[in-house]
Structure formats: C-alpha cells, structure tokens
Design a protein around this ligand. Structure first.
Ligand code: PRX
Length: 667
C-alpha cells in the first residue's frame, strides 16, 4: 500500500512525470521549505556586492579567531592575494573545541556506515579527543608546522582525525583519493616532500579487500623524504611493518598526549590537493587556513540551509576530492552538524543502499553527483520505491553539469517534489561553492547551476575579445579575489600565474585585477543564470573525477609496444564524459585483447582504474598538421560521430577517413 511517506513508484509513472516536467523552465522554492529557510532575503547578493570585502569580514567573523585580522584583503602582490592578514585562527579549534566548549560534545559528528552493515557513531567530543592525541602523535613523529603529511585512507572516521590533527598543529595535509594507485600516491608524496604518510592496512570495496599497505610498500622503498608511515588497522589483512619506519595508528594514538590547537596565521598553508591540469604533471593546488575555512563554512551554511540541531547531512563524495575536504570534513564540522559517512559503493551490498541509509538515518540534506543520479536512474526506481525518504528537505548536485532529465528524476523520485535541488558549481581551486541557487530564495532552472553566491562576481567573457557577454556563450571568469581561492600551486608560483592569470588583461571584466581564468565555457541567459558547458582545456571529467588527457596518454605510451597515443573525451550517458584513446602500436605488434589488457593495467598502475579508456581505437596513424601537431578536435569529432569539416590542413587527410571507418566498425 502506498502511503504519503512510503511512495510506490513505477518506471512508467516516473517517466511520464519527468516528461511532463521537462517543459517547465523554473522551479520556485517549495513553499514549506521557503517558510523555514534561514536565508530569505532576496537582496542579500546586492547588499554583499556593495562591499564584498566587508561582507567576507562579516562571514569570517562568525569563526573563532585567537587574534583578529588587521587587513581583510591585501592585493599588493596580486594574483598572490592575502586574506585576513595578521589574524590567527585554528581550523580544528573551530571544527571541534568550539562546539565541545559550547556544550555540544555529545552531538554526533559522523554516523559512520561500513560496507558490511557495521555502524560507528563518533561524537564531537570523541573526535576532539582523537584529533588532539593524533596531533600529539604526529609531533612525536617529527612533524612540525609547515611539514607535509600525506593521507591515503578509505572512507573511515580516521581520515577526518588525520586531517584535523594536521590542522591542529599547522601541518599541511596532502590527501590522495583512495581510487588512485600507490604509484601516483608515491609520486605525490615525492613532489610534495611529505614527511609522514597516514594510510591503512587495506580498504574494503564491494566485499573485497584492497591491499593498500602492501601496494604502498612496493612503491615507497626509495622515497628519501618520507620518514614514517602510520597504518590504520582497518581491513585486518596481513601487512609487513618496516622497523623504524612503520607504526600503527592505534598504538601511537594511545601513547600520545593530546595537544592544544596552535593559533596559525590566516595565510598559513592548510592543505595541498593534487588535481589534473593540461599537462601530465598534476597541479598541487594550495589552500590556506582562514580564507578556506571561511568559504567552506559560509557556503555550506547558506546553500544547505543548515540547522545544526536537527539536520542529518550526507555528502556521498570521497574525502580524497575537494568535495570531501570542504563538504564532508571542514564545512560540516565547522558548522557543528551531524553527518553520515559511508564507506562503500552506491551499489553494494545492493543498489538501494543509499536510499536505505537515508531512510534509516533520517537524512535531511543529501549531496551527490550527477553521475550517481544517472546510475540510479539506470538501475531503476524499484530500488527507491517504497522507501520512506520523507526526512529529506534539500538535495544537492556537484561535479559536472546535471542534465535536466537527471535533475527532474532527482527532484521527483528522491525529493518527492518537496525538496529544492541545488546544482553547485565550483572547483578544487575555488575551495568552496561559487555558483548555485539559494534554496529558500531563488528559482532553480534544471541544467543551470544558477547565479554567483553573495560575495562573488562571476562573468562570462568573450573567448577572443575578453569583453563581457551579457547574454550568450563565452568563458567563465572570476574578476575579484575571494577568501577560499587557491593561493598558489605548490612550489610553482609561475605555473599558478600562467594557468589562471595569463588569459586576460588587468581590468578586463570591469574589475581592478586580472580576472581568474576558470577553464570552463558557459552560457549566461537573460536572467543572469549560468549554464556551464564544460572544460576548454585538456581536462576530462569522468563521473565528476577530473583527469588530464596528457596524464592518460603518458601512461599509455609507457607500454613498451605503444608508439603513440592521443586521448580525448566523448560524451557519455552515464559518466558525463568517457575516455577514448587512439593508439598506434609499434612495428608489427598486433592489436590484441592482451595488449589492451596490458595498457589498461599500465593505466591502473600509474594513475588508477578510474582512468582506463572506455574505448581504444587502434590506428596506423593519427591526424596531424604538417608541422606534426595532433589535431585532437578531429579525434573528438570522430568519437562523437560529427561532421569533420575542413581537413585540408592535415598532412595526410586520408588518415581521418580510415579512423572514421574504424570507429564505425567498433575497432
Ligand atoms: O568543469 C567544471 C566541473 O568540474 C570542474 C572542477 O573539477 P574539480 O576541481 O575536480 O572539482 C569538482 C568538484 C567541485 C569545473 O571546472 N564542475 C564542477 N561542478 C559543476 C561542474 N560543471 C557543471 N556544473 C557543476 N555543478
């Protein structure tokens, strides 16, 4: 029997309803939601725009500072901006001590759910106790302020403890997503000069154990700078502990004395997070303490309409990505709310597990990625039907453009047409959400992220002229600095400048500075709503995971029989984009399944399984200009089965014809 709360859904019914709604351009905040919303002032953006720096000072002032700042924004060394200069603050103090002192120590910080149904509740008081001790342990292991600590852990509460402990003593964390291979972890530890790595014996994934520590051991033997590896006992698999280097997390935690939070300079580096750019070398995106925390805390509070006393919030991302940093760890904890942390995959132990957890935990705010929504659509409404999802009040989306059909499915099936859907646009570089809709104020338009949050200005600029596009297509730009922006690329200020501040002149877009170059193209409509189209560089977005074509290419050409490779992105119904690799083998090497499997293994080893191509097209040659440059545009057009247009600039125009044939043959 269908009841109001346990809605019975059928595929036909959902399809008909979504079809009906496809014609609706705007979705106003549902009345019941708007009534109870925290932000109801439609003038908030306009007020913030009058004096954005003063607005940000007001937001930063909601945190606990041990010393107030003297200068809110110092632009003298632009684009190396400094926010809240002279101020001293500690992130773990704001995320933990502050709430415990206010009497909220017994509040659950994380309802942790393991893959096999285990649960663990961690309160704010417990998280504080562990963080303070682990900070002490890190110190005893030789970690000092400014030292880099690598973190390569599964989705377990210890990952938050490790991150927060770093912030407590001013160590800089460098978290690597658990889906990346140990080789890429080793590379990132080496380039960041990490002193300590915190990892686990193993990770659990869909009923299997991934031998994390044994893999790490294979690649870490000759890392000079790395002095200690701290191992969390998680999967219980056998691991070898190297004398003098390896220690158990639980042992050092037990032995350590808790330490107090160290007041840190607002501009003290807080973390680096490696992300893909246009070259094979990942960029070490560096964030600092006061500005980052201000951005993450403010945005989550506003966009998710937080009610710390009653909300149960769940962000399904992985901590290894920026979404996990800002919206699983720092944003939620700084706001003192209760979150769900889930270790596993969305389809394990069954394809309805997310909805089961929402029902069980009475989740109120849920944040996920379009790719997950599309997967759920594919698995069918049967996995959602009959569940009581009436606790939900708001739904969020992040990581890639959400197509209107997926948006409407989310709105109708998951949200029961009661919950605003916020599509949040941002980047590792921005640190926190920049473009979205304020859920109690703004209408949503499925497919558009919305407009800039208060305190931000975002413009669409003409790609050639750099002039502002009032309505139409162009490149996204952020003309003025904002608190949670990256401050530099780790030990590479030149690359920071050339990547983000070389595209436009000072003062383009009306500001006083060189606008920040986002790397996305977008359309702005007559209402000022922004419709993000996608990257304009060689970055591919697979299931919201950012990868670079150059990185994948260099892994492919590492195979001894590969002569040349070119990688492009192709639109994909499920993953947003998928990787297509055009590969030329050496001499008379045959293009067998075995070679394909070896190439896949090479990529899995160097980067991670997530970077394996959906399709490899074997070819004798690649389309090149007379000067030898590979014309990727044509490779994209071939994969998208588009008309190729003018190919006369090619050294050998017949190459593309044979490639088109091979593509159609499915070779
Ligand atoms: O292209 C945009 C896309 O993801 C890029 C940033 O990737 P990353 O740094 O890994 O951060 C992802 C999580 C914040 C952007 O340049 N992107 C992110 N969110 C959206 C999006 N594209 C469209 N709509 C979004 N909501």
């Amino acid at each position: 029997m269908s009841t109001e709360t346990h809605r019975e859904l059928t595929e036909e019914g959902v399809e008909a309803r979504v079809g009906e709604l496809l014609g609706q351009e705007r979705f106003a905040p549902p009345a019941a939601f708007a009534e109870g919303a925290e932000i109801t002032d439609p003038e908030l953006r306009a007020k913030a725009a009058e004096d954005p720096v003063a607005y940000w000072e007001e937001q930063a002032g909601k945190l606990r500072w041990s010393t107030p700042w003297e200068t809110a924004l110092n632009e003298t060394d632009a684009p190396f901006y400094r926010w809240f200069e002279g101020g001293r603050v500690n992130v773990s103090d704001n995320c933990l001590d502050r709430h415990v002192e206010a009497g909220n120590g017994d509040r659950v910080a994380y309802h942790w759910h393991g893959e096999e149904g285990e649960t663990r509740d961690v309160t704010y008081a417990q998280l504080l106790e562990q963080t303070a001790r682990f900070a002490g342990a890190l110190r005893e292991l030789g970690v000092q302020e400014g030292d880099v600590v690598g973190i390569y852990l599964p989705m377990i509460p210890e990952v938050a403890v490790a991150m927060l402990a770093c912030t407590r003593i001013g160590a800089v964390h460098n978290v690597v997503f658990g889906g990346f291979s140990a080789t890429s972890v080793a590379e990132r530890m080496e380039v960041s000069g990490a002193k300590v790595l915190v990892t686990a014996d193993g990770g659990r994934r869909k009923g299997k154990t991934a031998p994390v520590k044994p893999e790490v051991d294979k690649h870490f033997a000759d890392l000079d700078g790395l002095q200690k590896i701290v191992v969390v006992k998680n999967a219980g698999n056998d691991v070898a502990m190297q004398d003098g280097r390896d220690v158990w997390f639980h042992e050092v935690l037990d032995a350590a004395d808790p330490v107090d939070p160290v007041p840190l300079d607002a501009e003290a580096p807080m973390f680096i997070l490696y992300s893909s750019g246009s070259t094979a070398k990942p960029k070490g995106i560096q964030h600092t303490t006061g500005g980052y925390l201000t951005g993450a805390t403010t945005s989550l509070r506003q966009v998710f309409d937080l009610k710390p006393e009653s909300d149960v919030y769940w962000c399904s991302a992985d901590v290894g990505w920026i979404t996990g940093h800002s919206y699983i760890v720092y944003g939620p904890l700084a706001n003192g709310i209760t979150s769900v942390m889930y270790e596993g995959a969305p389809d394990y132990p069954h394809k309805g597990i997310w909805w089961e957890l929402i029902e069980q935990r009475k989740v109120t705010k849920f944040y996920t990625a379009p790719t997950a929504i599309r997967a759920a659509m594919k698995w069918g409404v049967g996995h959602v039907s009959g569940r009581d999802l009436s606790s939900l009040k708001l739904l969020g989306s992040v990581g890639e453009p959400i197509n209107p059909k997926a948006w409407l499915w989310y709105w109708h099936v998951v949200g029961g047409e009661r919950c605003p859907v916020v599509d949040t646009w941002w980047q590792t570089e921005t640190g926190s959400i920049v473009i979205t809709t304020l859920p109690g104020v703004d209408d949503a338009k499925p497919g558009s992220a919305g407009t800039p949050l208060p305190g931000y200005e975002v413009k669409v600029l003409d790609a050639d002229k750099g002039t502002e596009v009032a309505s139409g297509e162009g490149l996204l730009a952020i003309p003025r600095p904002w608190p949670s922006m990256l401050r530099t690329l780790y030990q590479d200020p030149d690359r920071y400048r050339s990547t983000y501040f070389d595209r436009w002149e000072k003062g383009a877009a009306g500001g006083e500075q060189i606008p920040y170059f986002v790397g996305d193209s977008a359309r702005i409509d007559d209402d000022g709503y922004i419709w993000v189209i996608g990257r304009v560089d060689d970055v591919i977005n697979v299931s919201g995971h950012r990868l670079s074509t150059a990185e994948v290419e260099s892994a492919i050409v590492a195979h001894p029989h590969v002569a040349e490779a070119a990688v492009v992105a192709k639109a994909d119904d499920l993953t947003g984009q998928a990787i297509v690799a055009y590969v030329t083998l050496q001499g008379d090497t045959e293009s067998t399944d075995e070679v394909k499997a070896e190439i896949d293994a090479e990529i899995a080893d160097r980067i991670g399984k997530l970077a394996r191509p959906k399709r490899i097209v074997w070819t004798q040659d690649l389309p090149k200009t007379r000067s030898g440059k590979i014309m990727r545009r044509l490779l994209r057009d071939i994969a998208e089965e588009r008309d190729l247009g003018d190919v006369t600039t090619l050294a050998d125009p017949t190459v593309v014809e044979s490639l088109q044939d091979r593509w159609r043959e499915g070779a």
